[in-house]
Design a protein around this ligand. Structure first.
Ligand SMILES: [Zn+2]
Length: 129
């Protein structure tokens, strides 16, 4: 491959395809104190739902832990700047219990389901042991 091929602007159709494949979720930044949450829509995809009033021009944010059980690809410090910043972007698994309660109704439903399954398995294994 020659070097000009790697820097050339892709055709419009390719740019449109790459811009749309990830949906809106790839364009919304993380915050540890987000103004949006996640709800599943009729197709099983994630919709953003406001957790608080959002004014025109304000950036919309969500917590990556609202849709990911674990997050391992953000090793650096979180830069969201919120007063509730937990310093590292973590998944649902590593959220404090109070934060999970704060996010109730604004996270992908499979996350609390995993917690419940883990609690049941833990409880069952304790009874056996
Ligand atoms: Zn943060």
């Amino acid at each position: 491959m020659n070097s000009t091929a790697t820097t050339r602007t892709p055709p419009r159709s390719a740019r449109n395809a790459s811009c749309c494949t990830g949906g809106l979720v790839t364009k919304v930044n993380h915050s540890c104190d987000p103004n949006c949450g996640i709800r599943l829509n009729f197709s099983g995809a994630h919709n953003f739902v406001a957790r608080e009033p959002i004014v025109a021009g304000q950036e919309i944010t969500f917590d990556y832990a609202m849709r990911n059980y674990t997050v391992e690809h953000f090793p650096a410090h979180c830069q969201c700047g919120s007063r509730h910043c937990r310093d590292h972007i973590t998944g649902w698994k590593d959220l404090p219990g109070q934060r999970k309660a704060d996010y109730r109704g604004f996270v992908a439903p499979y996350l609390p389901d995993i917690d419940n399954q883990c609690a049941t398995m833990h409880h069952t294994s304790q009874q056996k042991g």
